[in-house]
Design a protein around this ligand. Sequence first.
Ligand SMILES: NC(=O)C1=CN([C@@H]2O[C@H](COP(=O)(O)OP(=O)(O)OC[C@H]3O[C@@H](n4cnc5c(N)ncnc54)[C@H](O)[C@@H]3O)[C@@H](O)[C@H]2O)[C@@H](O)CC1
Ligand SMILES: [K+]
Length: 474
Amino acid sequence: MRTAYSVETVRAAERELMARLPEGALMQRAAAGLAVACGELLGRVYGTRVVLLVGSGDNGGDALYAGARLARRGAGVAVVLLSPERAHQGGLAALRAAGGRVSGDALRDIACADLVVDGIVGIGGRGGLRPEAAQLARAARESALVLAVDLPSGVDADSGEVRGEAVRADATVTFGAYKPGLLVDPARERAGALRLVDIGLTLPEEADVEALQHADVADLLPRPTAESDKYRRGVVGVVAGSARYPGAAVLAVAGALRGGAGAVRYVGPAADKVLAHFPETLVHPGPPDKAGRVQSWVIGPGIGDESDALAEVLAADVPVLVDADGLRFLTPRQVRERTAETLLTPHAGEAAALLGRGRDEVEAARMESVRELAAQYAATVLLKGSTTLVAGADGPVRVNPTGTSWLATAGSGDVLSGVTGSLLAAGLTARDAGSVGAYLHGLAARRAAGPGGAPILASEVADHLGAAWRNVTD
Ligand SMILES: NC(=O)C1=CN([C@@H]2O[C@H](COP(=O)(O)OP(=O)(O)OC[C@H]3O[C@@H](n4cnc5c(N)ncnc54)[C@H](O)[C@@H]3O)[C@@H](O)[C@H]2O)[C@@H](O)CC1
Ligand SMILES: [K+]
């Protein structure tokens, strides 16, 4: 599991460790790791030209001490001091002693640089870059590799929000723990390749944000045993599709059949189309409460205005996943009154409608939006997007690391609903089903798109779910 911790938690862990170490030891650990990463990004150190952008805090101190290490190994290091009177004095002295110099012409030095190190602000930053720093960051981006110290300056470490201008880095070296913003868009996209330098912090067991890795997903995937039959493996009921959108039913069932449940029961008007594609489906014309027992329901993809079915499904005492059209008729009260778990899977536009705000606002504040929805509905919420997030009323927010922008294609959400609902039927909690479903779905899409990337169909994502599953468990 990759974990991320809030600034408050990291600061507390740093204080606790600093009290036990000689002064400056932590910064030396950070600077040593940073210098190694600079060397690796450059390919060699001797003879290269490095520019440090240094602000007024310890983030600049890290950059200065790392710069001193690079200068000792033969790099030409120049520092641009954004607040000369407040720059880290020890770091500046170390850089000078190692042969580094203070830049007299920042733009000219940047234009000749191989690497620009962003030590403008770290976890002490507030808001976007100030105008002078923004101009230097743009110039750096045009002419050199950019490596961010701890996080790209200008992004919000806790939320991943980018409210003004921010550094766009090729790589980010972060200290002690990943910060939530490094894993969540729009900040994630500014961070480039991530590297964590261990500085010895002791962190709490429960992280603020976590991202599953292959091994975590493999542990969570349901596996049939010798005693399993199709009913014990779980039956997922799918209420999807309409005369106008029969394809949504086919795609949701395609996902559900590959999500690990023992059987899929389709309820709705597109049974002929579903059976033509998947003869293994059990079908029923409805209503849902007459269709037979299920261990979970998926409702919403392409159902149009069918709100009676929604009320019926929500009344059932099994986990329910509500997606797409289903979300249009949902009230917080209906969900809060349920005893079994509810998983809502909106994209940003649907989340915006539920929250009564603009889509742009949801995109800009994804973490806050998903948490707010989870609290409002007392449910688990999976917010789809460039970094899909899964949040419950409490506990860490899960970030899906396997997404790809090729997934932004019609019908891919229907497949996700199916596979995730199937995992619910197999007995996973809403948080696990949502994050495992998103993980497999992203992996399947990547496989469908191929190594170089190419447009994919939602049905191809469904076709690759089996390969994604094997990829995780092999
Ligand atoms: N505390 C520790 O033990 C360690 C801290 N480390 C480094 O120290 C950093 C945190 O240092 P600080 O707390 O000094 O904070 P920062 O260096 O992140 O920045 C705080 C300073 O920047 C100014 N500032 C805030 N927002 C700004 C903006 N938008 N534009 C320009 N200036 C702005 C503030 O006025 C303040 O002076 C970490 O990110 C990490 O890089 C590492 O050395 C590891 C150990
Ligand atoms: K930085």
